[in-house]
Design a protein around this ligand. Structure first.
Ligand code: CA
Length: 439
């Protein structure tokens, strides 16, 4: 399709949906979107069931649905299914949509790998999955209960190391929670603690709590800190039960966060429909990154069927404005959540080098054996389908400069100066003082 034709169809699309919204829907025989019916031609299916968790990572999927991008690309029957927890999402993808579950959706890393390897499924059954697109960077934080105010708990934990030691020797270890074990949120909290000399395996207690329950658990004092996606860490501040010790954007600027992954059998059977889903989410990601849309984005996400929280809780962080609740305020757009492009380039493209970091971090903490590193590239080439992302991006007409040249983003630098070179993950592990793996 030429750019001119593309512009024409875009305009036509806007006209058609506008007319439908104005009530002329019956004039075309009840078909709400004739353009979408046209786009559906040639697709293996128009239907998929995608799971999501009500945190900012889900925004591109919700926007693709709400702003008509799925329909525009012919996927007129996408069902977004809110998941009660990551464990529920895992169980639902295991049974698939045919069994009343889901075909795929939003995931923390390395969940699609752990499901593919049979590490976290029932009976260790291997369910191959494909990582297709990164949903976002940033948008996560570490919240700490107000009872620890005044203990200098911030990004640099080293300043309050003595306090952690005092709690431990008093038989009352600091309790930190995440939403699912051995994935992003546990990695962020472990990285943050270990960088400050606090051993997450011996100096604190770690536990799993679903994101929707995090505020309640903090209120009842069953935990001292947690790490998850917005709006939950920020709600702690607005509900006056805690403060934000660190934003994940401060721990690792432009860090990889959550991903779209779908069962491999579904993608293999429906390659064109998969690319239609990718194109729709890519357009939604571009829409989300336009700051002129972020007020509307907050309003859409705040709806009862999605996050069910006041829109003003979402709005500040979407502009990089956080009241951290300990007298500190952040006003830095570069720390906001990004969906299409951030300070390091493409957000949407699923870099293989990032999958490798998540697997390396799994080895660091003993979640996966050391020999995982020898097999990692083989595993990544099976699970990570950046080739489909590239095909979809080209079909969408994404400019060549927005399509990464390499499958690696290159060397990554963390807030404590530690570097991860994807060419040498063992050197990264060796450079870390606190770890479980012997290397
Ligand atoms: Ca997250």
């Amino acid at each position: 399709m030429t750019e001119l034709q593309d512009q024409f169809t875009r305009r036509k699309f806007i006209t058609v949906t506008g007319a439908a919204a104005a009530g002329t829907i019956l004039l075309n025989g009840g078909l709400s979107n004739p353009f979408a019916a046209n786009a559906s031609k040639g697709l293996e299916t128009t239907k998929a069931k995608l799971g999501y968790i009500p945190i900012v990572e889900a925004a591109p999927m919700i926007i693709a649905k709400e702003k008509g991008f799925f329909a525009k690309h012919g996927m007129t029957d996408i069902e977004l299914s809110k998941q009660a927890s990551w464990g529920a999402a895992r169980d639902n993808v295991e049974i698939g949509s045919g069994g009343g579950g889901i075909d795929g959706g939003q995931w923390q890393m390395p969940m699609p790998y752990l499901i593919s390897m049979g590490e976290i499924t029932k009976g260790r059954k291997k369910i191959p999955m494909y990582v297709l697109l990164q949903l976002n960077t940033h948008g996560n934080g570490i919240a700490v209960s107000n009872k620890h105010k005044g203990q200098k708990l911030s990004l640099k934990v080293r300043d309050s190391k003595a306090y952690f030691d005092k709690l431990k020797s008093g038989g009352n270890k600091f309790k930190a929670a995440y939403t699912f074990p051995e994935a992003n949120q546990e990695f962020w909290i472990r990285y943050w603690l270990a960088a400050g000399g606090v051993n997450p395996d011996t100096d604190v207690e770690l536990l799993t709590v679903p994101s929707a329950q995090t505020v309640a658990n903090m209120k009842t004092g069953t935990m001292d800190a947690f790490s998850t996606g917005d709006p939950w860490p920020y709600r702690i501040v607005t509900d006056k039960v805690g403060f934000l010790a660190a934003l994940t954007a401060e721990i690792w600027k432009n860090h990889p966060e959550e991903y779209l992954a779908i069962r491999a059998d579904w993608v293999d059977k429906n390659p064109k429909a998969t690319k239609a889903i990718l194109k729709a989410i890519m357009e939604a990601q571009q829409w989300c990154d336009n700051f002129n849309n972020r007020k509307e984005l907050s309003q859409i996400l705040s709806k009862r069927e999605y996050f069910n929280v006041p829109a003003n809780i979402l709005e500040g962080p979407f502009f990089g404005k956080y009241d951290k609740g300990d007298g500190k305020k952040v006003d830095d757009k570069s720390l906001a959540a990004y969906y299409w492009k951030d300070g390091r380039g493409s957000v949407s493209y699923p870099y293989r080098s990032h999958d490798l970091w998540f697997l390396t971090e799994s080895v660091r903490w003993g979640f996966l054996p050391l020999d995982t590193l020898d097999k990692a590239n083989g595993m990544i080439s099976k699970v990570n389908r950046e080739d489909l992302w590239r095909e979809a991006a080209k079909e969408l007409g994404v400019s060549a400069r927005d399509i990464p040249k390499s499958t690696s983003r290159g060397v990554e630098t963390f807030f404590d100066g530690i570097k991860f070179d994807p060419k040498n993950p063992k050197a990264y592990l060796k450079s870390l003082k606190i770890k479980k793996v012997s290397i």
